[in-house]
Design a protein around this ligand. Sequence first.
Ligand code: SAM
Ligand code: SF4
Length: 473
Amino acid sequence: MSDYDFIDDARLERLVREVRKPDVAHVREILAKARSITTLTLEELATLLGVEDNATWEEMAATAQAIKRTVYDNRIVTFAPLYVSNYCINNCAYCGFRVENQAQRRRHLSVEEIRAETEVLAGRIGHKRVIAVYGEHPQSDIRYLVKTLETIYSVRVPVRRGYGNIRRVNVNAAPMSVEELRELKKAGIGTYQVFQETYHHGTYAAVHPRGTRKSDYVWRLLAMHRAMEAGIEDVGIGVLFGLYDWRFEVLGLLQHAQELEKVFGVGPHTISFPRIEPAHNTPYSHAPAWRVDNATLRKIVILIRLAVPYAGMILTAREPAQVRRTLLELGVTQTDASTRIGVGAYCEGDGEQEGDRQQFLLGDTRSLDEVVRELAAMGMITSFCTAGYRCGRTGACIMELLRSGREGQFCKLNAILTFREWLDDFASDATRAVGEQVLARELEEVRVRLPQLYPRLQAQYARVAAGERDVYF
Ligand code: SAM
Ligand code: SF4
């Protein structure tokens, strides 16, 4: 498998080159297919790329929104990144952590420091999920990664009513071997994320200098294959938008998802679509070759939602609040809040961004409390559920549940239970007020739509309200 490369640049380039304004009837057939939660073909996605008129784009947006509702309802999962080390041996042109960036203040957190960061996240802010992020470096070897996970999971902080702890640790780190990934699996990893950055081979070579570990396109491309082989079924893929033609990149994402489905019967658990943000002393990041504007980002979100309808979609605090607001309903399922990306910044930061110890600058530094309140006002419930991987709802199982719309039942109930918990332990008065309205609506919906589950939910809900924690279906 070592040099098996399934991204067919020539085919993707041809599809982009041959994009034509499609017949609306054909577009509608494709939308109906997506609406049935079926992965599109490359040709179908390329057809959608050709749509020019606003009216059809709005039909596509409405379908994306409907798919989001079918699969994920009105839930948004929140998380925080935990930057553990910014030492890196690579030299990616766009990243503030690149080895040649002398202006970057380097830091590698000790176990005690990781514990302290986790205490803030779990005890003061109220997060239940983090994504641990590492540069690629011998210091950040598999032993360190495992230690990181163990440390984060071990923290438990008394809070208002119950206790705060992190219940799912996802990881964004360099591609690893199957043996190393097995260690991460044993340590309880949630999702393993590796973004290909760009699927275009020529561009990949241009921004990842030859001789660096990261310059090996195929080693990176097959990171998710190795993860699956190691038993990590929740994998996250992504593109760093701005490196190459966005139309090629969405086709690349789809080809990657199809390949995972073909080989393992399970597609990506999540898809990320970050845009390049300005990084300190990193000229490329200030003038990316294929900068993506807000209107195009909206198209990207719609197209990903339609092309891979079951996948979770992650929108991060790289994007400013206004952009996040417009994209959330179109298909996004996860977002971060109270985000700090300086290594050690949850403990030491005063809220200001510090370019010389960040990978890039954030567009949105609002608190989790503010984001939860805004989501509630938009009719969405913030889910702190982390039950999935702990009760076997991962990989093929969750994929089937998602496709059939049944996953929503468990998730809805767990969203209610964890939201109750979070409101009691962390919410400000203002957030609590809107949050209670959301909860009341959600409980009523379960009573009417899932009467067989309602009595059990009521019993669990009463336990959480009485102070019991981490109760789930
Ligand atoms: N070092 C590992 C790697 O490269 O896979 C993982 C961590 S890296 C810090 C996480 C991701 O940050 C990268 O995959 C890349 O997509 C993204 N990134 C890098 N520079 C960025 C920038 N200037 N703006 C936005 N995202 C960036
Ligand atoms: Fe290192 Fe990752 Fe940044 Fe590249 S993107 S320089 S590998 S931290």
